[in-house]
Ligand binder design. Structure first.
Ligand SMILES: *[C@@H]1O[C@H](CO)[C@@H](O)[C@H](O)[C@H]1NC(C)=O
Ligand SMILES: *[C@@H]1O[C@H](CO)[C@@H](O)[C@H](O)[C@H]1NC(C)=O
Ligand SMILES: *[C@@H]1O[C@H](CO)[C@@H](O)[C@H](O)[C@H]1NC(C)=O
Ligand SMILES: *[C@@H]1O[C@H](CO)[C@@H](O)[C@H](O)[C@H]1NC(C)=O
Ligand SMILES: *[C@@H]1O[C@H](CO)[C@@H](O)[C@H](O)[C@H]1NC(C)=O
Length: 380
């Protein structure tokens, strides 16, 4: 479709193009008809949707892209569709959906993403979309959903997750609780993993039956620099799990310490806090080396190695002392230069005074004409 087709159709509100052979829509196609409220494009082999294909449609409320071949939606595809209410993307070959596709669409109430190959939704996907009441995600490849996915959704929410290989561990344990608190329904979706919960309805599993073996919550640096003389230094064990794992730290000497035990060395000591952070007091070179935190629960265990290096850095007063020395040195150097240059300058001025009168009275230039320095030297 050529955008010339819409020339003059400035009041067009409903456009039905379903079941044709459109394989693409170029940028700004609908800009002649910015009052479009409903656009049906389902059943077209749309492969070439461009970032600006839906530009200018800031009144559009209903967009049907069911049974198309859109595949990956590019980030800004729906960017200008601020008034969107219902969007259907069922059977459209989606594998990944851009993180900000639906953000800030305050009127959006229904999103259909069913029958695609979506594996993952970003936690920021529904930021600024409080009105979503229906989210259809059935028949995709979803295994888990991030816990704050519906942070901005007011509820109630009807959520369909049927036909996904759901892994019912601590990354899905929040859904039933959220629906209970905010209202809504979950369809009869079944757990695929773990084997103990296979075939059970997600909604029917009590919160404390969702387990996770220990896992790393965030990637943290492996090497840490401590300064000798510091009063304290802390190492965090970045591990989670359900039930919460027991943490044991191994210090460079090979000794193990866990909560409520203290190990002393030279003038300092190691201690494990209530939240499993290892505290090292009075840093000396004796603390240098590898530390291991080991997390264990009923499902398994994991360990993380962290290295502490004790590095001498110049202390504050040393830096200040150096700064003062440098300033003094520069000052002295300047003094020397100035005292050495002064007599020279005086001598030159005297020489100039001797020869200027001859030039100033040159009648061609008038009494105040400037004197070119170059000429002066030539005469000399
Ligand atoms: C889109 O397709 C799904 C499933 O094929 C269907 O349930 C839904 O009603 C369709 N949406 C529209 C707006 O036609
Ligand atoms: C939605 O709004 C938030 C906060 O104003 C902003 O950070 C984000 O970039 C917006 N997203 C889009 C897609 O406009
Ligand atoms: C989610 O989206 C945000 C913003 O686009 C991005 O910074 C973040 O890395 C994404 N998170 C994941 C787990 O993909
Ligand atoms: C959610 O589902 C319930 C029960 O099936 C239904 O009564 C309600 O209208 C639905 N809400 C929306 C927003 O579709
Ligand atoms: C551990 O608890 C202490 C206070 O008891 C707090 O200062 C520190 O930030 C906590 N660390 C972590 C990783 O939660």
């Amino acid at each position: 479709i050529n955008k010339e087709l819409f020339r003059g159709l400035t009041s067009l509100q409903h456009l039905y193009l379903s079941g044709n052979k459109l394989d693409g829509i170029v940028e700004n196609t609908f800009c002649e008809s910015p009052k479009l409220v409903l656009l049906e494009l389902d059943g077209n082999p749309l492969e070439n949707i461009e970032v600006g294909s839906f530009n200018c449609l800031n009144q559009l409320g209903y967009l049907n892209l069911n049974h198309t071949s859109i595949g990956r939606t590019k980030g800004a595809l729906f960017k200008e569709l601020h008034q969107l209410v219902v969007v259907s993307l069922s059977h459209s070959g989606l594998e990944k959906i851009a993180d900000d596709s639906f953000q800030n669409k305050s009127r959006l109430t229904r999103i259909d993403l069913s029958d695609n190959d979506i594996e993952w939704l970003n936690a920021s996907m529904f930021y600024g979309t409080p009105q979503i009441g229906t989210l259809r995600l059935q028949n995709n490849q979803i295994t888990k959903l991030p816990e704050n996915l519906f942070a901005d959704v007011a509820g109630p929410l009807n959520l369909s997750l049927k036909g996904n290989p759901l892994v019912c561990d601590c990354q899905l344990d929040w859904i039933s609780g959220w629906l209970l608190e905010n209202g809504g329904n979950l369809d009869k979706c079944l757990c695929d993993q773990p084997s103990a919960l296979h075939g059970l309805h997600l909604d029917s599993i009590p919160y404390d039956r969702f387990h996770c073996k220990p896992y790393i919550i965030i990637d943290i640096p492996q090497i840490y620099n401590a300064t000798p003389g510091d009063k304290r230094f802390e190492l965090v064990c970045p591990v989670g799990g359900k039930p919460p794992p027991t943490i044991t730290w191994t210090i460079p000497s090979g000794e193990k310490i866990s909560k409520n035990t203290v190990h002393e060395y030279e003038n300092g000591l190691y201690r494990v806090r209530g939240n499993d952070t290892l505290v090292i007091r009075e840093i000396t070179s004796a603390v240098e080396g590898w530390f291991t935190c080991e997390a264990t629960n009923i499902l398994g265990h994991i360990s993380v190695d962290l290295e502490v290096k004790v590095v001498h850095v110049p202390s504050n007063w040393m830096v200040a002392f150096l700064a003062v020395m440098i300033v003094l040195f520069i000052g002295c150097a300047l003094c020397l230069v100035v005292t050495f240059l002064k007599p020279c300058r005086r001598r030159r001025r005297r020489r100039e005074l001797i020869r200027t009168p001859a030039r100033r009275v040159d009648p061609r230039y008038g009494p105040l004409s400037p004197i070119a320095e170059g000429n002066e030297t030539d005469e000399l």
